[in-house]
Design a protein around this ligand. Structure first.
Ligand code: SF4
Ligand code: SF4
Ligand code: SF4
Length: 249
């Protein structure tokens, strides 16, 4: 009998909320568990093996001492999937880059700042090659399941590359621009069913940016309200610090 694909989960700098989303998949996860061997998943099992085919990596790269562990994951896995905003774009962690590392350390640890190691927060693909990304803070469960099922079936996962506005319009929400507020839905990657605008909140593009945010409708919407993509990104650094980091690299 051919062996089942082996899956592992690894965490770096994160709140581990995306791994929790995986555990929240409940019923669907039971089906998946039957089709794979989960050989490393600190939040769920005690076993720990370095023999895996697909590695899901959660968390940003924020200290040099993590580099060997991250490279080890890459060397062991055939496929590496970045799990969540921290891993995909650096996520909220990138905010400290703007503050300056020394200042950020003093703010958090005060007199004990020297006791701890940290460096600029970066997405994991600043260190290793990443094959696929599950975006979001946290990841949508449906997208995680789509990625797992696709990889097990040997096909490329379908990740949306159109703006959140598309999903927002389908939900018939009143656009926040018409209420005098900024929203990043025009340039943010869809796939979350427009969670935030559907509950009255602004989209902060936790799922990163679409690959061509200057094109078509996105640009038109911003122009209509006298804004540029750069202005909106400046306004919403919360999840898009990596956009600036990527430009600097
Ligand atoms: S992306 Fe958000 S939910 Fe996921 S680990 Fe990072 S901070 Fe937590
Ligand atoms: S800009 Fe925001 S509120 Fe307006 S349609 Fe797009 S996602 Fe919805
Ligand atoms: S609406 Fe925007 S901020 Fe909210 S979950 Fe979706 S991509 Fe993230």
């Amino acid at each position: 009998m051919p062996r089942k694909p082996r899956i592992s989960f690894h965490d770096f700098t994160s709140c581990e909320g995306c791994q929790l989303q995986v555990l929240n998949c409940e019923d669907e996860l039971l089906d998946i568990v039957g089709a794979v061997d989960i050989v490393q998943f600190r939040e769920a099992i005690d076993e720990k093996s370095d023999e895996y085919d697909i590695a899901f990596v959660e968390g940003a790269f924020t200290r040099e001492s993590d580099r060997p562990r991250l490279e080890h994951v890459r060397n062991c896995a055939k496929i590496v999937v970045a799990l969540g905003a921290c891993a995909c774009t650096g996520g909220l962690n990138v905010l400290k880059n703007y503050r300056g590392i020394e200042r950020a350390m003093k703010t958090v640890y005060g007199q004990r700042a020297g006791w701890y190691e940290t460096s600029e927060a970066r997405p994991i693909e600043a260190v290793i090659q990443v094959d696929y990304k599950v975006h979001g803070c946290p990841i949508p469960k449906a997208e995680f399941l789509e990625v797992v099922k696709s990889l097990l079936a040997g096909r490329k996962p379908q990740i949306p590359d159109y703006p959140v506005c598309v999903e927002c319009k389908l939900k018939e929400n009143v656009c926040l621009y018409h209420k005098g507020q900024y929203c990043m839905g025009v340039v943010a990657r869809a796939g979350c069913e427009a969670w935030c605008p559907s509950y009255g909140g602004r989209c902060y593009a936790c799922r990163g940016l679409i690959s061509d945010p200057n094109s078509g409708a996105a640009k038109d919407v911003l122009e209509e309200f006298g804004l540029t993509v750069e202005q909106v990104l400046e306004e919403f650094r919360l999840f898009n610090g990596a956009y600036d980091v990527a430009k600097k690299r």
